[in-house]
Design a protein around this ligand. Structure first.
Ligand code: CA2
Length: 151
């Protein structure tokens, strides 16, 4: 039987991880973060496909792809979290369990970061735990899928 797979999406500017603002986002690079996600998926018996884009349309297209190609989505949409009805609608249309993650605690930061368009269409949201949030999101998707299958 084919391994289940999770699509891990990172949005705008997350390619800068480890290069700037370590006091907010830590010292880990995007490549390191993606490696951690691949390992977490593997530990859960899944595989992870990690992608990053600075363009909203790329993220929308990949979310559409998840409808038929992936068993779950982990998404850090970066600043699009706070602006993008298009990404929200794509998550709704994908009908694929989605967990929103943020490296920083968006509720401890500027007011404009407190609202997310994505939380209401996601299974849940994890913020403020750095890379650990991605690991927990992958583990949660795997456990939920296993529980669904056992029913
Ligand atoms: O905390 C998060 O993960 C965010 O999604 C990160 C976004 C921000 O707009 C959200 O409010 C919260 C920004 C990502 C920018 O990443 C950088 C990383 C290193 C250096 C500069 C930017």
């Amino acid at each position: 039987m084919a391994r289940k797979s999770v699509l891990v999406l990172n949005g705008p500017n997350l390619n800068m991880l480890g290069l700037r603002q370590p006091e907010i986002y830590g010292t880990m690079s995007l490549r390191d973060l993606e490696g951690i996600c691949v390992d977490a998926a593997q530990d859960a018996g899944w595989q992870a496909d990690c992608r990053q884009s600075n363009h909203e349309g790329d993220l929308v297209g990949w979310i559409h792809e998840a409808r038929t190609e992936f068993n779950g989505i982990v998404i850090n949409a970066g600043a699009y979290t706070h602006t993008s009805v298009a990404i929200r609608d794509a998550i709704s249309a994908a009908e694929t369990p989605t967990i929103e993650v943020h490296l920083s605690n968006i509720h401890k930061r500027e007011e404009f970061r407190h609202h997310s368009y994505l939380t209401a269409v996601s299974v849940g949201m994890i913020c403020g735990l750095g890379a650990e949030g991605y690991v927990l999101a992958i583990q949660a998707l795997a456990r939920m899928a296993a529980a669904d299958e056992a029913r």
